[in-house]
Design a protein around this ligand. Sequence first.
Ligand code: VGL
Ligand code: ZN
Length: 239
Amino acid sequence: MRSIKDRTVKNPKKKEKLVIREKAGIKMRDDVGANRKALIIVDPQKDFCEGGSLAVPDGDAIIEIANKLLELKFFDVLVITNDWHPANHKSFASNHKDKNVGDIIDIGGFQQRLWPDHCVQGTSGAELHADLRVPIISIIRKGENPEVDSHSGFMDNSQESDTGLNALLAKRNVSEVYIMGLATDYCVKLTALDAVSFMYETYVIEDGCRGVDPETTKQAIQEMKDAEIKIIQSSELLS
Ligand code: VGL
Ligand code: ZN
């Protein structure tokens, strides 16, 4: 395996992360040597859709696009991530005295925004949207540790524990990932940024995502572009 030290990684912070991953024995995409494509649908769960406890504006609109993309032969590997929190999760405002939804606190060195209770393990809000046509697929759960949140489908916010998504993709020789889902400005963004860190060629399907807030969504798209993530539309894959 080629060492991280020999790679050209412009961002020193990213390089630091990669060295940690290398020490942990986590394989990087370009050591895998194949060219398969994965579709990753981030958190298409009831709580993020209409009527849910953390409904993302127009969140339901992504389901139709997901259903179309799930039928494409283009993808070799299909993955859905699920936000899957215990009821005592620290990202819930209800688990802090004198804190409200929207307040920002430090959790494990990460500036964490506090949310309403959502995607609590085993509740109906944590279920997949009822209209999603789910074929045989891998489901990656995240956010199970009550002490730290995990916006990314790959790693928790303190970059300490790994969900198993990278190993799953590496095992299936994936080199390109196509990401869509909820929400653009949180879990989609962090999943895409981690995908780049893990050296996947990363695409975000913009019209297959919806954001919590228009301003942070705009910023998220820019941040992803700056990280060399390719922003595409579903029509480019469906036509
Ligand atoms: C998400 C806030 C809290 C997301 C998850 O899926 O983007 N956002 N938990
Ligand atoms: Zn969450």
